[in-house]
Design a protein around this ligand. Structure first.
Ligand SMILES: Nc1ncnc2c1ncn2[C@@H]1O[C@H](COP(=O)(O)OP(=O)(O)OP(=O)(O)O)[C@@H](O)[C@H]1O
Length: 272
């Protein structure tokens, strides 16, 4: 049975002064709506009653201690992991077992992983055009032109004919970002994209993410880069033991955390 696309909670569409704001910007429609979602790994209750709404163009940073469920949560958003109860609606499509919905979501939601996940036996350009050609059935020329534009945007067009193993970690991660963008996603998920990088390469990847944010991409980022959270995020969400414990704008989150667990976490990472 095909379930009807669900409608996320509506938000004001008219651009009136009364519409809610996101910093200096106006809140737009909800693109990710998670309602009372739970997930178990066997008997282990890994995500507990998660409710979260992400608006178009919003930049969310998810943080929290190791094992708190951050990766699992963002992997549920593109159905790399299944949830067992509650609802996840992405751009008006509810995530169910219906493969058509899953395919649609995978096309609209790009994901960048800690360990790049590039195909080592394919060149940078081939990595970038693989999904557009095979999933979106694009002509090779169209896919390659877009891939080259995106490799220019992440500032490594000269690496197009190299293999991933010939690049630095920072360059490989920028290829991974360009590869995701080749599918023209509406939402980008980042799972600790800088954690596997040497310190001197972290900045180049963060700069790429910052420029994406400036262009209005909707982003959900799991990261320990609190400088990025402070300057780029519209909202910082703190998770612990599978729950969203606290969320706020970055200024309030970092200067006036309410929950004891948030305070403890911040004191540990900010003084590290
Ligand atoms: N496939 C799996 N099967 C069983 N347990 C899992 C699986 N994947 C993750 N877990 C467990 O679920 C919990 C949450 O893991 P998750 O990777 O989502 O946490 P995290 O907050 O992203 O942690 P980290 O910051 O260390 O990456 C952990 O206790 C982890 O061991």
């Amino acid at each position: 049975m095909v379930s009807a696309p669900a409608t996320p909670t509506p938000t004001p569409s008219e651009d009136t002064d009364a519409s809610p704001r996101l910093g200096s910007r106006r809140l737009q429609d909800v693109v990710i709506a998670i309602e009372a979602m739970n997930k178990w790994y066997g008997a282990f209750h890994v995500l507990r009653d998660i409710s979260l709404q992400v608006h178009r163009g919003e930049r969310i940073v998810l943080c929290g201690p190791s094992g708190s469920g951050k990766s699992t949560l963002i992997r549920c958003i593109n159905r790399l992991e299944e949830h067992q109860s509650g609802r996840i609606v992405v751009d008006g499509v509810e995530l169910t077992n219906d493969v058509r919905h899953v395919e649609q979501i995978r096309r609209e939601v790009g994901m960048v992983f800690q360990h790049f996940n590039l195909f080592p036996h394919l060149t940078v350009l081939e990595n970038c055009v693989l999904a557009p050609i095979w999933v979106r059935k694009e002509p090779r020329r169209v896919a390659e032109e877009r891939a080259m534009r995106l490799l220019e945007r992440v500032k490594i067009p000269e690496q197009a004919s190299k293999y991933p193993g010939q690049l630095s970690g920072g360059q490989q991660q920028r290829v991974a970002i360009a590869r995701s963008l080749c599918m023209q996603p509406k939402i980008m998920l980042f799972d600790e994209p800088t954690s596997a990088l040497d310190p001197e390469m972290i900045k180049e990847v963060l700069d790429t993410m910052i420029s994406l944010a400036e262009e209005g991409m909707t982003m959900v980022c799991v990261t320990h880069e609190m400088g990025f959270a402070k300057t780029v995020a519209d909202r910082v969400i703190f998770m612990d033991q599978g729950q969203i414990v606290e969320e706020n704008d970055p200024h309030t989150f970092f200067t006036n955390p309410v929950n004891d667990r948030t305070r403890l976490f911040l004191s540990q990472i900010l003084h590290h």
